[in-house]
Design a protein around this ligand. Structure first.
Ligand code: ZN
Ligand code: ZN
Length: 346
């Protein structure tokens, strides 16, 4: 066993277009799994990172944290997976393992910051993501893709799926609960499907009416076009509202849509601070919170839930040659609803 050289797509400098690059994957450690990648989703955060919105990184850099593939080889201490298993890797590939969050399996909230799947450091190794032929990951950061899920359409569940499932789960979405989802892009459309599958009554808030029919098909009971303002009859209506968009919204107005003990949960990262008068919280004991991805155990739970309920992302499968175009189209909201790259094209 030695380091493995693999073909990938990434950038060789700050805010450059993506192009074919070659990277190496580490020699298998005892608890490592090497995965031949089949499919990888294009997440909005890949675009922010690669186009330089979040600052300069080390290059070459290969993005991708919605990874599905087949186990090719395992280290001697690996027990959960064997050659031929279909598995997934999401946003993180390591964490400290000893802080309170890690001990609870909530690696997203690791005190030292979890190691991102790309663009972070695992020891002194720069991590490289899933726009590549293969990846080497610690067994404990790998999840199993259940047999019933289409592997390409399951890829976005590794980020978009868990990022919406985790807060829905934490704040108790289920029968008798009313859930609002702000924004129906890559994240939001999966959130609608998951919340509906949990048995909640789902309303979508979207800036235009164009996605109304899709929203209802995904399981929502109502679609609100926010260009017309927020409807009066939805005041004090919701138990949970997930905000999946990163534009600056009227936080106070959305808080007003929460009923007793309701929570507005921020998933996107708008530029401006969130603001609302204190009475919006004291009234109805409302809360404003946020959520980041989710843990590995919960990711597995989410995948099993999605398999049981037939939930996957709506995808457009593309070859690597179209990545830069797909980035432009994603920024223009011209995708229904997530691009997934066929890794055979790397
Ligand atoms: Zn993501
Ligand atoms: Zn930790």
């Amino acid at each position: 066993m030695t380091e493995l050289t693999v073909r990938a797509w990434g950038t060789t400098g700050f805010a450059q277009p993506l192009e074919p690059v070659t990277i190496t994957r580490r020699e298998l450690r005892d608890d490592d799994v090497r995965i031949r990648i089949e499919f990888v989703g294009i997440c909005h955060s890949d675009i922010h990172t690669m186009r330089g919105d979040w600052g300069e990184r080390s290059y070459p850099l290969v993005p991708g944290h919605e990874i599905v593939g087949i186990v090719e080889e395992t280290g001697p201490a690996v027990t959960a997976y064997r050659e031929g298993d279909r598995v997934g890797v999401g946003c993180f590939v390591n964490s400290c393992g000893t802080c309170d969050a890690c001990l609870q399996g909530e690696i997203s909230y690791c005190d030292e910051g979890p190691t991102p799947t790309y663009g972070g450091y695992d020891g002194d190794e720069l991590t490289q993501g899933g726009y590549s032929q293969a990846i080497v990951v610690r067994e404990s950061f790998v999840v199993r893709i259940p047999g019933g899920l289409d592997p390409a359409a399951a890829a976005p569940l590794l980020c978009a799926g868990i990022t919406t499932y985790s807060p829905l789960n934490h704040w108790g979405a289920g029968p008798g609960k009313r859930v609002g989802i702000i924004g129906m892009g890559g994240l939001g459309h999966v959130g609608v499907k998951i919340a509906a599958a949990m048995g909640a009554e789902v309303t979508v808030f979207s800036h235009s009416a164009a996605k109304r029919e899709d929203a209802l098909n995904f399981g929502a009971v109502r679609h609100v076009s926010t260009a017309d303002g927020l409807p009066e009859d939805l005041r004090r209506h919701f138990d949970i509202i997930l905000n999946t968009v990163s534009v600056d919204l009227d936080t106070a107005a959305y808080l007003g849509l929460l009923r007793f003990d309701g929570a507005l949960v921020q998933l996107g990262l708008p530029a401006e601070p969130l603001q609302a008068p204190a009475r919006m919280f004291t009234q109805q004991r409302r809360s404003l919170s946020g959520s980041l991805v989710g843990g590995i155990r919960e990711t597995q739970e989410m995948l099993d839930f999605c398999a049981a309920h037939g939930v996957t992302a709506e995808i457009e499968l593309i070859p690597a040659e179209l990545i830069n175009e797909a980035y432009d189209r994603t920024i223009a909201s011209d995708v229904r609803y997530r691009f997934v790259i066929d890794a055979a094209s790397f």
